[in-house]
Design a protein around this ligand. Structure first.
Ligand code: PEP
Length: 239
């Protein structure tokens, strides 16, 4: 699975052009390709990709029912707009908006209830890694999900070391393998996809995808350039 996270980028015309370009990409039926545009462009983009297998996702949402939450959108709304997934707990939202795995539980539940899948991001900061706490931090971010009683059958996890995001330096193959093994041990399910995210590029993709336990990638910056995004998909397919 290769998912593009466009973050807060693109005006309408750029977004539609990029979605049209993604539509032209060639990839195998067995590869699941998705894009998560800014919320405003979800509706026109779902219309563009409607006859393809490209998944469209939201970058966040609330789990609350409709009501007095100014400025927010909920899981039912993004599902109704045609999304099939929602990124939750991205480190940028954890850092800026105080999202925690505990606070996200009702959103994970609401997303699952709609039939969409949550793409839950976990990952440690540079300071946490340097102080030897990376594995505890990531396990701690996963644990609330496991003790929640939710059926995690459809969940997708993305391991995204915060120090690798947007830096141009993806984690080493060894770091990726070690953390993916930890994620899989904590989750304790064979069917869970565990993606890697953090400066995945056409240059780093082969190394990332050859790491044991990696089921694909969550791609930020490189997903805004269709040639780079297509090259990452191609790297996955020759793995
Ligand atoms: C991300 O923020 O999800 C991400 C992986 O970003 P980038 O690829 O730009 O590091």
């Amino acid at each position: 699975m290769i998912i593009g996270n466009w973050k807060m980028n693109t005006l309408r015309a750029d977004a539609l052009a990029l979605a049209n370009a993604v539509m032209e990409m060639e990839y195998l039926d067995s590869t699941r390709v998705g894009i998560c545009p800014p919320a405003l462009w979800i509706d026109p983009i779902t219309r563009i990709v409607k006859d393809s297998s490209i998944l469209v996702g939201a970058q966040d949402c609330l789990g609350d029912r409709a009501g007095a939450h100014t400025g927010c959108i909920n899981a039912a709304m993004v599902c109704d707009a045609g999304c099939s997934m929602v990124i939750l707990g991205h480190s940028e939202r954890r850092a800026r908006f105080g999202e925690t795995s505990e606070k996200l539980l009702n959103t994970v539940a609401a997303v699952l209830e709609t039939g969409m899948f949550p793409l839950v991001c976990v990952g440690e900061t540079k300071k946490q890694r340097e102080s030897g706490k990376a594995f505890d931090v990531v396990a701690g971010q996963l644990r609330p999900l496991l003790t929640s009683g939710l059926d995690l059958g459809g969940i997708v996890i993305a391991y995204e070391p915060v120090w690798a995001i947007g830096t141009g330096l993806s984690a080493s193959r060894k770091d990726i393998e070690e953390m993916h093994a930890t994620v899989r041990e904590v989750i304790n399910r064979n069917d869970t996809l565990v993606l890697y995210g953090g400066s995945v590029s056409p240059e780093s993709a082969d190394d990332v995808f050859n790491a044991e336990g990696v089921s694909g990638a969550l791609v930020g910056g490189a997903s805004l350039n269709v040639s780079k995004f297509a090259a990452i998909v191609a790297a996955w397919e020759r793995k």
